[in-house]
Design a protein around this ligand. Sequence first.
Ligand SMILES: [Zn+2]
Length: 287
Amino acid sequence: MPELPEVEIVKQSLDKKIKLKKIKKVIVRNRNLRSKIPKNFKIFLEHKNIKKISRFSKYIIIHLSKGSFCIIHLGMSGTIHFLKKNKKNKFTNLSFYQSPILPKKHNHIEIQFQNFSIIYNDPRRFGFFEIIRNKDELYKRFSHFGPEPFSKLFNLSYVCSYLKDKKKNIKNFLLDQKFVSGIGNIYASEILFFCKINPQKKAINLNKEECKKIIYFSKLVLKKAIQLGGSSIRDFINISGNRGSFQKEFKVYQRENLNCLKYNCLGKIKKKIISKRSTFFCNKCQK
Ligand SMILES: [Zn+2]
């Protein structure tokens, strides 16, 4: 499942390809994604210009002319592909988890521009598209989400006061989009390793220093992952056809029973299922 860094890479790729371009035609081949593609989707998008692409958490936001928006969520297996006209079957990856042969039956949406098309492929159909009429609606759409790790709102007073009386473990909160937006399972384990905090530690027991670390390393780990083009755990490829390389930097994720990478630590990396998700941590230095 793409997390914030991978969605950011897709956003950057889309920005290079479709910014300031005009949508000519939209073809919906399958409405049945996680939520149904709205009936007026085609009419809503056609002949609109794309002003820019932004991202909030794991959502890609396409800014359209006349102050409207289209949101894309890639779900578990959504990928976006760039197809030049007159070059049939030659897909260029914009995004993730791409097999060399793109099964056409999963090409659910096609957005055509003058010389190329953008194709949305999603075998598991957990992704979705939404149309948003104006800024107020957009604001409302994300009003129940917590701040992103990069936001100024994700600061010490916010984190300390949010967590101070909570009895659930900290791993749970890092995945809770109401607390912080965009951190997923891989990065939660990595962040807690750098913080030297055991993922099962109750939020209520975290001290101020630990809250500071959570803020600092959330930003650092995600920034680094974006710089390295995301994590290619399942053939994620960016627009230039390059794989992300952050998976080479994993300190704990998928390193079960291997030695801890912290200098002078004799611990081993353990795997535990916490809230139904695989969680990796060092049994010595994460307290
Ligand atoms: Zn360790």
